[in-house]
Design a protein around this ligand. Structure first.
Ligand SMILES: Nc1ncnc2c1ncn2[C@@H]1O[C@H](COP(=O)(O)OP(=O)(O)O)[C@@H](O)[C@H]1O
Ligand SMILES: [Mg+2]
Length: 262
């Protein structure tokens, strides 16, 4: 099983949207995919939005790793697509205990998922690279970083570079798949300029070719806790995530190590 953490230092950059839709794209392609909501305020709802708050989930497992994975995994209408909700235990109830306290439990969770036959686990993390998000990144095979295409977001790019390097120190075998520009507005110069500026700043292999456009469809889909592809008019938006999936597959297949970030 390959595990991919979807992480960023900032909130509201499109992590959850990317996680849901990329996972859905893989599942549609026949990859047995587990989407994990590792954000306690998360909203990986997927047509369970109403009851997802009541589900036993990832944080409950961190608080009590005796819970069998079967109690956490929620099937969807698509046979290859399953979810684990964030659950009801809060960050506090999982026990704190400093850096790496949950590392063993996160790794145990991923081992159980692999043993259950999943090919891919996509983990939507809370903003920030520390705490449980840090533990998830340190336990994953790969990480993707969504980045909003707007001037303020790009100004934080040096910080982003720093963050990427820190991630590799935490987990030397971590593959940094790269930054994915999100909410790109083709008709808005500030947005396309910000996207171009980020491409100038980072090595080309560190930025996905695929850019996620800003599209009201994503807001509509997320309000309903669904991947865009299942909306009546979502086929176009689905294609964007299929192309992102192809890039992720190519990166995972290429044998090369991590390119330098500077
Ligand atoms: N490509 C997009 N186009 C339009 N709205 C988007 C897009 N991606 C995300 N959004 C909206 O922006 C908000 C934040 O996105 P979300 O994926 O929840 O970010 P995060 O998980 O990083 O906090 C949500 O309301 C979401 O519907
Ligand atoms: Mg989110």
């Amino acid at each position: 099983m390959i595990s991919i953490a979807v992480s960023s230092q900032k909130g509201g950059v499109g992590k959850t949207t990317l996680s849901i839709n990329l996972a859905h794209s893989f599942a549609r392609a026949g990859v047995r995919t587990l989407l994990v909501d590792a954000d306690p305020q998360g909203s990986v709802g997927l047509s369970l939005t109403r009851q997802s708050r009541l589900l036993t989930g990832f944080y409950d497992y961190l608080a009590d790793p005796g819970i069998p994975l079967d109690r956490l995994v929620v099937p969807t209408r698509l046979e290859t697509f399953s979810l684990v909700a964030s659950g009801q235990a809060s960050d506090y109830e999982t026990g704190g205990g400093g850096v790496g306290a949950h590392l063993a439990r996160v790794r145990g969770f991923l081992r159980s998922a692999a043993a259950r036959g999943f090919d891919l686990c996509i983990i939507d993390t809370a903003a920030g690279l520390f705490g449980i998000s840090g533990d998830v990144i340190a336990s994953s095979d790969a990480v993707m970083i969504p980045q909003q295409a707007e001037p303020l977001g790009i100004r934080s790019a040096p910080k982003l570079l720093e963050g990427l390097n820190r991630l590799r120190v935490m987990n030397p075998r971590l593959r940094v798949l790269g930054v994915c520009l999100t909410m790109v507005q083709k008709e808005l110069a500030e947005s396309t300029e910000a996207a171009a500026a980020l491409r100038q700043l980072l090595p080309p292999e560190m930025v996905f070719q695929t850019q996620i456009p800003r599209d009201g469809l994503f807001v509509r889909a997320s309000a309903r806790g669904l991947p865009v592809g299942v909306l009546e008019d979502g086929a176009g938006a689905q294609i964007v995530f299929d192309s992102l999936r192809a890039e992720v597959e190519a990166k995972l297949e290429s044998k090369g190590g991590n390119p330098p970030t500077r």
